[in-house]
Design a protein around this ligand. Structure first.
Ligand code: SF4
Ligand code: SF4
Length: 100
């Protein structure tokens, strides 16, 4: 098995590290990753008292906290921008393995 590899503009190997998961127990819902992602892979959600996810700006819900969730994982290009702005270590990134 080998990892999926592309090239930088000047031809050096570049291995994308795709966003695989966001730990809901570690994420503080700061929204920085949502703002920086140009691919709309991540979205902010409210968490209710019962642990259900909801619209984070719904005034009718009793929102205890906010978290970011993966909403379009397949659109991730592995740029790593979201990892750069996350200060909590909530995100897990990994390259994709391909058959040789
Ligand atoms: S790695 Fe890049 S494309 Fe993927 S979720 Fe993070 S900011 Fe978006
Ligand atoms: S930057 Fe990190 S802590 Fe902030 S919302 Fe995104 S995953 Fe959560």
């Amino acid at each position: 098995m080998s990892v999926r590899t592309f090239a930088t503009r000047d031809g050096r190997p570049w291995v994308p590290s795709y966003l695989e998961a966001i730990d809901p127990d570690v994420c503080i819902g700061c929204g920085r990753c949502v703002k920086v992602c140009a691919r709309d892979v991540i979205a902010l959600r409210g968490v209710t008292e019962d642990g259900d996810l909801c619209d984070p700006f719904d005034d009718d819900e009793e929102i205890e906290r906010k978290i970011s969730v993966l909403v379009a994982a397949g659109d991730c290009v592995g740029c790593g921008s979201c990892a750069t702005v996350c200060g909590t270590g909530a995100q897990h990134h990994a390259p994709v393995e391909e058959a040789a």
